[in-house]
Ligand binder design. Sequence first.
Ligand code: FES
Ligand code: FES
Length: 178
Amino acid sequence: MSSLYDEVAPTPGADVPVRRVTIDVNGQKRTVDVEPRLLLAHLLRQGLALTGTHTGCDTTSCGACTVLFDGRPAKSCTMFAVQADGHAVETVEGMGSASGLHPVQEGFKEEHGLQCGFCTPGMMLTAKALLERNPDPTEDEVRWALSGNLCRCTGYQNIVNAVLWAAKKMRDEQTQEA
Ligand code: FES
Ligand code: FES
């Protein structure tokens, strides 16, 4: 058990109540005490040191803070941590490892789908969720799925190519397994 009261936006001298929550984060149950006002993005970044979740706008506009919430993309800058109690959250840290990249991560590498990388975790998690429900998306479907995620660098073409690359790789892997 760890308390995030002192780590995340403490109010000096204030008697702020905390609430105990248990969240499945990247397949691991994490139990923490949080202030009711604590945002999920801040819990992930500051409380759990999962800094792959970025914050850009804090207004649900840019998608940099996207995580998968029970498997669906959600913007963690506009969710309270207490809303995640009893739910599953996946961050980019849960997608793969250096020695075992997720196909979406491979796609971004192969197709040069990033420049500064600020938008990349959110883009990749959104793409992962898309490919889990639609393994063979059209380019338009990829663009629509990513429309809540903004990139200042790439012009999007390489990101779309990366997702289409990953979709093909995942389909090929499934064919080989069958
Ligand atoms: S930081 Fe959450 S949408 Fe921009
Ligand atoms: S790669 Fe820089 S914001 Fe997308």
